[in-house]
Ligand binder design. Structure first.
Ligand SMILES: Nc1ncnc2c1ncn2[C@@H]1O[C@H](COP(=O)(O)OP(=O)(O)O)[C@@H](O)[C@H]1O
Ligand SMILES: [Mg+2]
Length: 224
């Protein structure tokens, strides 16, 4: 099947267990290129497991996970570096390096993929502008608000220009107004062409932003 038929992310009959605990049971869905999709459901439903399967941090026990044409169950180790550049990630707890400046936190993502150092400045400045952090370039995380910290992690995720952005409860540590501003930024980034898959149990956000919802309960997709 071509990617046009199956979407940039394709789950077919995916089951994932941890010991006897079934985290996902026969889950199938497609996310099309350029879509913005919410993965919702209560705590323990299987949302993070879905994101980890897309990232290749977990492999399914059965079924297929295909991401931008790569079958994750058969991904050769030589293909992993190229694959990782396709995906940017944002987490609830920001995961910034506290002893590094904003600039350095973003540049780390470029160092990891081996981009030549002379290209870092332009790329970092670009994503800091995009996320509204140009004025904070040389500050340290302790000098930033929660909303700014999350924008640093978003800038870092975008630095390598990934095709897909995964966000796992990105507003979980933010107040309402800050969450709203962050969501507006995700929308802008989506409108510029990036595919976004966001796991959240924040139903206020789901209601307000009106994206397609993949609702998961006890490891199974349930219609709302
Ligand atoms: N590494 C793991 N080891 C054992 N059980 C796990 C592991 N990761 C997740 N689980 C279990 O799988 C289920 C789904 O977890 P998760 O995907 O993290 O849910 P969510 O993100 O929706 O809160 C839960 O029952 C959780 O306890
Ligand atoms: Mg989770």
């Amino acid at each position: 099947m071509s990617q046009e038929e199956t979407g940039i992310v394709h789950f077919k009959g995916v089951t994932k267990k941890f010991g006897s605990q079934v985290a996902l049971n026969d889950v199938s869905f497609d996310v099309k290129k350029g879509e913005f999709v919410f993965v919702t459901g209560p705590s323990g439903a299987g949302k993070t497991t879905i994101l980890k399967l897309i990232l290749g941090q977990l492999t399914p026990d059965s079924g297929d996970v295909v991401v931008d044409g790569f079958n994750m169950t058969r991904l050769a180790s030589k293909d992993i570096p190229a694959f990782r550049q396709k995906i940017g990630t944002v987490f609830q707890d920001f995961k910034v390096l506290h002893e590094r400046t904003v600039f350095e936190n973003v540049a780390v993502a470029l160092a990891v993929v081996g981009l030549p150092e002379e290209e870092w400045n332009e790329r970092v400045k670009h994503v800091l502008r995009l996320t509204g952090l140009s004025g904070q370039t040389n500050l340290f995380p302790s000098q930033l608000s929660g909303g700014e910290l999350q924008r640093v992690s978003l800038a870092r995720a975008l630095a390598v220009n990934p095709k897909i952005l995964l966000a796992d409860e990105p507003t979980g540590n933010l107040d309402w107004e800050t969450s709203d501003n962050l969501m507006d930024l995700f929308e802008k980034i989506n409108k510029e062409g990036k595919t976004i898959i966001m796991a959240t149990h924040n139903l206020e956000i789901v209601k307000k932003y009106k994206k397609r919802v993949i609702n998961i309960v006890g490891g199974t997709i349930k219609d709302k």
